[in-house]
Write a protein that binds this ligand. Structure first.
Ligand SMILES: Nc1ncnc2c1ncn2[C@@H]1O[C@H](COP(=O)(O)OP(=O)(O)OP(=O)(O)O)[C@@H](O)[C@H]1O
Ligand SMILES: [Mg+2]
Length: 316
């Protein structure tokens, strides 16, 4: 469980995080999504007890990250942005060492288990210095899992992994998320879509949206954008559409269709259908097009966009 209230962080005179509020429950994978510098890593460092907030509270696994940071660290597995590894230790020795630090019984067995979980059992005896970047990342993940923590906090966990490993690591994370609480940051929108139950989009230290990936998609788009396929004088079609009240952002697509938008609640589709037919076109298809998570993300983190926070679909 993670509970964050009014979390605020200043770096000198610059306010990095301002009044973050969110929760992550047991059995939930929550994704932090933001552009570079949105303060994901700053937030994660606070949640793992590595840096104090300027204001606000964060309770992780039932303990306060400021006043009870040792208790928090005991219960949290943390994969930092850059994993500090001892290059002159073998993978298994390093993990055993980390397990010993945490007073875990049967540390060697646990080290092997953790390596197996991240698909590195065949490199257990390799020196970390001789492992590839992706393999080191997996050693870092194994280190985060070794004490079977209640809460797992992962800063860009799949960065540097090859495609096959990405799939495997995502499955590992998803699996862990069924029982425990997982918070991860990622820039990969499809990753958020695949593994997160809920996504928090943050920009400049503020949450600009919070929802399931599916709801984010439909909330921001619904059936607002429509693809229209007709047969007839295509050059004239945008002009015809633009004359209809409520039709916005008409765009000719490379595949020969035309897309347009309308404001929520102003469904112009009946009028569009009537107009194009009256103008002599054959109407072949009209269907809603969902925005990709990429487009939603860009829309939400646009510089000139007023910051807002919606929890559920349909709020203004
Ligand atoms: N200790 C610090 N003192 C001052 N500024 C810092 C400190 N740590 C980070 N920052 C600044 O805070 C901003 C956000 O950093 P942070 O590492 O949280 O970004 P991020 O959202 O994780 O970005 P990325 O996606 O690139 O990892 C950056 O502008 C960074 O320079
Ligand atoms: Mg970061």
């Amino acid at each position: 469980m993670i509970r964050v209230e009014n979390l605020t962080k200043d770096y000198g005179s610059r306010r990095a995080i301002s009044g973050l509020n969110f929760e992550a429950e047991q059995g939930e994978v929550v994704g932090f999504l933001g552009p570079n510098g949105a303060e994901e890593t700053t937030t994660i460092r606070i949640l793992t007890g590595y840096m104090p907030p300027t204001d606000g509270t964060a309770i992780v696994a039932g303990y306060d990250v400021v006043n009870e940071s040792l208790e928090v660290r005991r219960r949290v597995g943390y994969l930092p942005e850059t994993v500090p590894l001892y290059t002159d230790m073998t993978a298994v020795d390093y993990l055993q060492f980390m397990a010993d630090l945490r007073h875990i019984p049967h540390s060697k067995d646990r080290a092997y288990e953790a390596l197996k979980t991240v698909g590195l059992e065949n490199r257990a005896e390799s020196y970390i210095g001789s492992l590839s970047k992706g393999m080191r990342q997996r050693v870092g993940l194994a280190q985060a899992l070794i004490h079977q923590p209640e809460v797992l906090i992962l800063d860009e966990p799949t960065i540097g992994l090859d495609p096959a490993q990405v799939v495997e690591v995502r499955n590992v994370i998803k699996d862990i998320g069924k029982q425990r609480t997982v918070l991860l940051s990622t820039h990969i929108l499809s990753e958020a879509q695949q593994i997160c139950d809920r996504v928090l989009i943050i920009n400049k230290g503020k949450i600009v949206a919070e929802d399931t990936p599916e709801n984010l998609q439909s909330r921001l788009t619904g059936s607002e954008r429509v693809s229209l396929l007709v047969r007839g004088e295509m050059d004239e079609l945008p002009k015809v559409l633009n004359k209809i009240k409520g039709v916005q952002r008409v765009e000719s697509m490379p595949n020969g269709s035309v897309e347009f938008q309308f404001a929520p609640g102003q469904d112009v589709r009946p009028e569009v259908a009537k107009t194009v037919i009256e103008a002599g076109y054959d109407l072949l298809e009209m269907r809603p097009v969902g925005m990709s998570l990429e487009e939603i993300f860009l829309e939400l983190t646009r510089e000139d966009r007023p910051v807002r926070r919606n929890k559920s679909r349909g709020e203004p």
